[in-house]
Design a protein around this ligand. Structure first.
Ligand SMILES: [Cu+2]
Length: 654
């Protein structure tokens, strides 16, 4: 497998230090939202006083891609740039333009305030608990700042970025990427270069120079401020692991970030594009500090202020504040009616009040740029199919020059299952009982789509001139639905193991042989973070993130069941990241099917087809990498360790 034992060990050591640091840190150096953000904006101010612009940069892609997202940030002096680390073990190091993969202090020894995050080992099961490692710097001036990841060959592979890179001239972001690709080595601060020879690292704790280019060696973090007091050794590969591990454990709480660095841990996870509707659960309102969305989609500050003002005017008397969790493609506000909202018979006011407002509950308004606008037919179908589980969404007719779409939506209650999900194979009796409740509730939810199939017109016409399979697929016009055959062919040719390719092949054949099979509205991303549950009973209370929903053959979302029956983890006894099933998984899966057959009459007759479609869903959702929405690449053993582990696990059971 991809992770070597050495990586695993040092990654765990890193976790230990991160966790122990977090407690101490919260006192010494509060996290972003309380340290630097201004007061919560309330009422109807024009501007947002005390607001600090925070630009979020994702370090590595959710599927392991080697890049920063976005790679260039346009920031003003005083702004914060927060790096959020995806698995596996990346770093952020300041460099110069001319030497993209060399720490700036190796080139400019006087540059003592350079930033360096240290290595940030994190794995998928941490990510799944909605936690993320972050590292935040403050932008001091308008000059371009260049940075890279010093892990393995990541810098050369394009894992480089900038703050305020010039849009044209010799020193553009593209030129920086090209230069990085030619680098002969990739160094962490404290590492002397082999080929650049003679550069004296300013760090008092030089690490070895010989490990440049050893990918995923998990070189802990022998940074300038290592306080372990270990005798340093340079070069000897054998001593590197122990030294770097010790360095990681001894990593100081705030020291290595440089004067402007804030090292903050365990903030809510940065959600990606698929998460667009994920944020409709009730969260704690946060101050208006999210500017990332605006930087991406509506770059001008005046626009942003105008849009917010339009919303404040629309909801006069209401409290308008930024919602606690934000998605990648949307900006969400929590709108709270005043306590004393009286529905006086003021015609003008009454007209303005919508159904949602009249209930007096807080609700959400979400802004989405035109390319990410919601498909209202799908949204309506979702609330029709799942009246109590999908958010009611209403488009708002606001004047945003066609660039932004605004939606008013019901705030769903409940906690994402990802936050409560067991991470141990053996469950307590109480947890097992709750999980049973969740599984039954999930079966009922799946059955609801089956019921919807018989009540919609989306069934096969008996007089269809077309042969039945293609007719079934012709009813699936969505991004995934329209390419099921093409994708299965791609999987049958490109999956990494023979047995997986065969499985894709047989599944493809079975799909060709199916006829008269119902097409239903499928939630596009039925994973634990999109399933809201009641914390006491674990009954499902809502489903969020309908942005990727589409019409697909019934059962293609059954991969979602498997996510409820286990978790991704580094297993010490095994070779890397694996999907671990709970002890009770087999029994719970049986429970699911029994319940489903019982509450969806007629379905059991189609058991064989349902299971084929379940496999189709597993293959399409876990065999094809997400790649920021491209969804066009078959997973491989290097870039998609977690997905591949799930694919193998899910296809081994049924
Ligand atoms: Cu990296």
């Amino acid at each position: 497998m991809y992770f070597s034992r050495a990586t695993l060990v040092s990654a765990l050591a890193g976790f230990a230090s991160a966790q122990s640091a977090s407690g101490a840190e919260s006192a010494a150096s509060p996290t972003l939202s309380t340290a630097v953000a201004g007061p919560v904006s309330t009422g109807t101010q024009n501007a947002m006083p005390g607001m600090v612009n925070t630009h979020v940069v994702q370090v590595g892609g959710p599927n392991g891609s080697l890049a920063f997202y976005p790679s260039n940030v346009v920031a003003a002096p005083g702004d914060l740039v927060q790096f959020q680390f995806h698995p596996k073990n990346h770093s952020v190091v300041q460099s110069t333009f001319d030497n993209p993969c060399v720490p700036i202090q190796n080139i400019m020894p006087n540059k003592t305030d350079a930033f360096y995050s240290g290595f940030m080992p994190t794995n998928a099961s941490f990510a799944a608990t909605s936690q993320v490692l972050t590292y935040t710097i403050r932008v001091s001036d308008e000059k371009p700042v260049w940075f890279y990841c010093s892990q393995g060959q990541h810098c050369q592979a394009g894992m480089v970025g900038a703050i305020n890179a010039p849009a044209e001239g010799n020193k553009t972001m593209a030129a920086f990427v090209a230069l990085a690709a030619q680098a002969t080595e990739n160094l962490s601060p404290g590492q002397a270069g082999g080929s650049t020879g003679g550069n004296t690292p300013v760090s008092p704790s030089a690490g070895g120079g010989s490990n440049a280019g050893s990918d995923n060696s998990g070189t802990g973090n022998p940074t300038a401020t290592t306080s372990s007091g270990l005798t340093e050794s340079t070069g000897a590969a054998s001593s590197l692991h122990s030294q770097s591990m010790a360095g990681a454990v001894a990593q100081p709480v705030t020291g290595d970030a440089g004067p402007d660095g804030l090292r903050s841990l365990w903030l809510p996870r940065w959600t990606d594009c698929v998460a667009s509707l994920r944020l409709t659960y009730s969260g704690t309102p946060a101050p208006m500090t999210t500017t990332e969305f605006w930087n991406r989609f509506a770059s001008r500050k005046e626009d942003r202020e105008r849009y917010i003002q339009v919303l404040r005017d629309t909801y006069e008397e209401h409290r308008v504040e930024e919602f606690g969790d934000q998605g990648y493609c949307s900006y969400t506000l929590l709108i709270t009616p005043p306590d004393d909202l009286d529905l006086r018979n003021d015609d003008e006011n009454r007209e303005k009040k919508t159904v949602l407002q009249e209930r007096g509950d807080a609700f959400l308004v979400q802004l989405r740029p035109a390319p990410h606008a919601l498909n209202l037919d799908i949204v309506r179908a979702a609330s029709k199919t799942y009246p109590s589980l999908a958010p009611t969404i209403r488009p708002l007719d606001l004047c945003f020059s066609g660039r932004l779409h605004a939606y008013e939506m019901k705030r769903l209650h409940g906690t994402p299952f990802s936050r409560l999900q067991p991470r141990e194979r053996t469950l307590s009796t109480a947890t097992r009982a709750k999980l049973e409740c969740l599984i039954l509730s999930f079966a009922d939810l799946i059955a609801q789509t089956w019921h919807s199939a018989s009540t919609t017109s989306r069934h096969i016409r008996a007089d269809s001139p077309m042969e039945s399979t293609s007719d079934m697929l012709s009813q699936c016009p969505g991004k995934v639905g329209s390419s099921i055959i093409h994708r299965l062919q791609k999987l049958a040719a490109g999956l990494p193991y023979g047995w997986l390719r065969e499985r894709a092949e047989t599944t493809l054949h079975a799909v060709h042989c199916m006829s008269d099979y119902p097409v239903v509205l499928n939630h596009g991303d039925l994973i634990p973070s999109n399933i809201l549950i009641d914390e006491e009973t674990w009954k499902i209370t809502g489903l969020v993130d309908w942005a990727e929903a589409e019409y697909l053959p019934f059962g293609t979302c059954l991969y979602g069941l498997e996510h409820l029956l286990g978790y991704s983890a580094f297993e010490a006894e095994e070779e890397g990241l694996t999907f671990v099933y709970l002890d009770v998984a087999v029994r719970l899966r049986e429970l699911f099917w029994m319940r489903l057959w019982r509450v969806a009459p007629g379905l059991e007759d189609r058991e064989k087809d349902v299971r084929v479609m379940r496999d189709v869903g597993v293959l399409l959702w876990h065999g094809i990498a997400w790649d920021d929405g491209a969804i066009d690449r078959v997973v491989n053993e290097v870039d998609d360790v977690e997905e591949l582990a799930r694919l193998c696990a899910f296809l081994t059971v049924s």
